[in-house]
Ligand binder design. Structure first.
Ligand SMILES: CC(C)(COP(=O)(O)OP(=O)(O)OC[C@H]1O[C@@H](n2cnc3c(N)ncnc32)[C@H](O)[C@@H]1OP(=O)(O)O)[C@@H](O)C(=O)NCCC(=O)NCCS
Length: 281
């Protein structure tokens, strides 16, 4: 049993490999040895696992486990297709989750089931009590008392992160690297962010935009359950650093907080994984 609130997380700096095998000074993606890879110290409990990122072919089975400064994360492989989820898989959920899953269809059913299976595995890993993980009226997962959790799904993977609530609220997001969709920049970035992205080399402009976008979605997941309202993309400004951290400034309207936001990003399987921890400053 691993308690991310008590274990010391050791960050292992490692050389940044460039899978493109050409020199550049920007972000490097799909690199398992990316400098922010963290895993739990054996001295403080069992190793949850270095991220391995070789996703097995078995659908609705664990793909990988991971831990970072914000919590313990489990990923499940899901089909990247709107195929009905087999009855046997739905029956692995808590009965109340299964009841909800049966009301869903297509991608929504696949993603809900994948996310709940990942959440069940993550909550077991951290030692949170068993029970249904239902959603509130805005769609946020409602974790057991004393715990924080967040869910994301993209293409063939569903992820869930659990942590102690006393450490703050958490949000996770996973986004596919491609195809490049630079047209989203005007919608999701603030003027100062657009100005920071514009002079970057062409191949870094999109990854920088994607990291900012994904961190904002993580912020939404962490903060919306407390604010109980929609939070616009222009209510946060994100500045990613090459070491996998990012500065975040909130511009909440109406004003709330103040909040302290710790944001991280890393790369795996052509995807960007971001997470945040939000607590009152
Ligand atoms: C809600 C939102 C963040 C979800 O992100 P997404 O990329 O569409 O989808 P993901 O797969 O990553 O995440 C879906 C999960 O988000 C979680 N979620 C949904 N609404 C939520 C809310 N209000 N609060 C917290 N978590 C929420 C759920 O767990 C959901 O999965 P589930 O329904 O299977 O439980 C996104 O749809 C959205 O509305 N974004 C606009 C708002 C925003 O991001 N603003 C930036 C503020 S700085």
């Amino acid at each position: 049993m691993v308690d991310p609130g008590r274990c010391n997380l050791r960050v292992h700096p490692s050389p940044v490999k460039d899978p493109c095998a050409r020199p550049h000074r920007g972000y490097v993606w799909d690199s398992p040895s990316y400098g922010t890879s963290c895993y739990l110290s054996k001295a403080n409990g069992p190793t949850v696992g270095k991220s391995e990122f070789d996703i097995p072919l078995n659908l609705y089975e664990p793909a990988f486990r991971h831990a970072n400064a914000h919590g313990v994360l489990v990923a499940f492989r899901i089909p990247d297709a709107p195929s009905p989820v087999p009855t046997e898989v739905i029956s692995r959920l808590h009965p109340e989750e299964a009841e909800r899953a049966r009301t869903l269809q297509g991608y929504r059913q696949v993603q809900f089931v994948g996310g709940r299976l990942a959440a069940r595995a993550a909550r077991k890993t951290v030692g949170a009590p068993p029970g249904p993980l239902l959603s509130d009226e805005r769609g946020a997962p409602v974790p057991p008392k004393g715990w924080a959790c967040s869910i994301s799904h993209k293409n063939d993977v569903a992820i869930a992160m659990f942590s102690r609530a006393r450490l703050g609220a958490i949000g996770v997001d996973i986004e596919a690297y491609g195809p490049k969709r630079m047209r989203i920049a005007n919608r999701v970035l603030r003027p100062e962010e657009l100005a920071a992205v514009a002079p970057l080399p062409e191949d870094r402009r999109w990854i920088d935009t994607l990291i900012r976008f994904s961190i904002k979605e993580s912020i939404y997941k962490a903060l919306a359950p407390e604010l109980k309202r929609y939070i616009g993309f222009h209510e946060a400004s994100v500045r990613p650093h090459l070491n996998g951290t990012a500065d975040v400034q909130l511009f909440l309207e109406p004003a709330a907080g103040p909040y302290e936001v710790d944001a991280r990003f890393e790369f795996l399987h052509q995807k960007v994984l971001t997470s945040v921890r939000v607590r009152r400053a």
